[in-house]
Design a protein around this ligand. Structure first.
Ligand code: FAD
Length: 385
């Protein structure tokens, strides 16, 4: 199968559409209101093998390219769903595939591909360090035949519904490394085997199953270390382009969902004896939102194609994420405005999707960080932090 096979991509879209047909708006509305993890949806999607899309066929995965995988996430959002409960497995897979040992891959990839194990938790963000990842304070200290982890993470999503967790921790203190980016390491923690970890759920405006996580002398074996000790930040940064492209795809799905729903609504809703969509004051913002979503999609595909061709794509991946997140947010605003008061009621699902797509301006990477990347690394402007 070619990584850029249009027929394959259409098959992936059709597959996700079929799954999503069993999980209509009412399902997402209900889990959102109850702040429940959408377990039935995740199980159904897992049976299709989609969550092992990036895992090579030799380990039982689909062996697809990133562009193909991005279609899966896009299509969940295109159907009004939310890929947040499942997307981390695709976001984080690169670290294991590129930097994991043969033994780690053999141990975990077949079970992740078959759906027996979930790799859905990614613990990087900390309360004090925030965006400044090199300032994280969680430490993993080597003691004889184990590492002992102490510290705290925040916004660790899906940790209560995952078997495995990628953890970034400092293994050499900041004053003992020449560069602040050194001395950080990534661990693939088997959550089924740990003690000394406490999870405290956070209440947020989106149904995201995100948590504070506290480590109090949590012991993990040395074979949980991914790659070389001290190089962890590089491995995390390595995966950023994939993450940005996948988020862009989710935003494109959201943007198209908003434009479709809104076009339908303004055609049906009659005020002053005619459809509100007959007024150009209502039409034009929808048309503009559509244009911006489609333009962002071009950059998403440029980035995805470069990624799948193993070419540098940092600029394109970052631009795709920013353009797509802005386009979906614009489409969300247009949708809310066009629905009048009904947009605020949960039964139209606009307010839920509005909240969900707003997240992409902040997480997993904030708009300012993207702008700063482009300013510094693409335009060569002076480094600001
Ligand atoms: C629902 C949700 C789920 C999440 N899931 C995960 C997860 O699974 N794993 C994980 O590790 N993290 C997760 N995050 C964390 C997310 O990645 C961070 O919230 C995000 O990276 C921003 O960090 P912060 O919240 O500490 O903001 P801060 O770093 O405090 O930044 C606040 C604001 O200031 C801006 N800012 C900061 N420094 C600068 C600067 N130098 N120049 C310009 N602007 C600046 C930022 O862009 C941001 O807008 C999640 C967050 C949310 C809300």
């Amino acid at each position: 199968m070619s990584a850029a096979d249009p027929q394959l991509r259409q098959e992936m879209r059709d597959l996700v559409d079929r799954i999503c047909a069993d999980f209509p708006d009412e399902y997402w509305r209900k889990v959102d209101a109850a702040r429940e993890y959408p377990d039935a949806f995740v199980k159904a999607l897992t049976t299709t093998g989609s969550l092992g899309a990036l895992i090579p066929e030799e380990y039982g995965g689909l062996g697809l390219g990133l562009g193909d995988a991005s279609v899966i996430l896009e299509q969940i959002h295109r159907n009004g769903g939310n890929a947040a409960p499942v997307h981390a497995q695709l976001y984080t897979m690169g670290a294991l595939l590129r930097h994991g040992s043969a033994e780690q891959k053999q141990r975990y990839l077949p079970s992740i591909a078959s759906g027996q194990l979930r790799l859905q938790a990614f613990a990087v963000t900390e309360p004090v360090a925030g965006t400044d990842t090199t300032s994280i304070r969680t430490t993993a200290t080597r003691r004889d035949d184990r590492y002992v982890v102490n510290g705290q993470k925040v916004f660790t999503s899906r940790v209560q519904h995952s078997d495995l967790m990628m953890l970034l921790a400092r293994t050499t203190s900041r004053d003992q490394v020449s560069k602040r980016s050194e001395g950080l390491s990534v661990f693939l923690v088997d959550l089924r085997q740990v003690s000394g970890m406490t999870v405290r759920p956070l209440d947020t405006m989106v149904n995201h199953e995100t948590n504070e996580v506290f480590f109090d002398d949590m012991e993990i074996p040395p074979d949980t270390l991914i790659g070389e000790e001290g190089n962890g930040l590089r491995y995390i940064l390595d995966g950023m382009n994939a993450e940005r492209i996948l988020i862009a795809a989710e935003c494109i799905g959201d943007g198209r969902w908003f434009v479709d729903r809104t076009s339908r609504y303004v055609t049906q809703r009659e005020v002053f004896g005619r459809p509100i969509g007959q007024n150009q004051g209502v039409q034009f913002p929808i048309a503009r939102a559509h244009i911006n979503v489609e333009a962002a999609d071009l950059m998403r595909w440029k980035a995805a194609d470069l990624f799948d061709a193993d070419q540098a794509c940092g600029a394109e991946a970052n631009m795709a994420k920013l353009l797509a997140a802005d386009a979906s947010w614009e489409a969300a605003n247009v949708a809310l405005q066009s629905h009048g008061g009904y947009g605020f009621t949960s039964e139209y699902d606009i307010e839920r999707k509005f909240r969900e797509t707003r997240l992409f301006q902040v997480a997993p990477v904030s708009t300012n960080l993207i702008l700063s990347y482009i300013a510094e690394h693409v335009l060569g402007l002076p480094r600001s932090f």
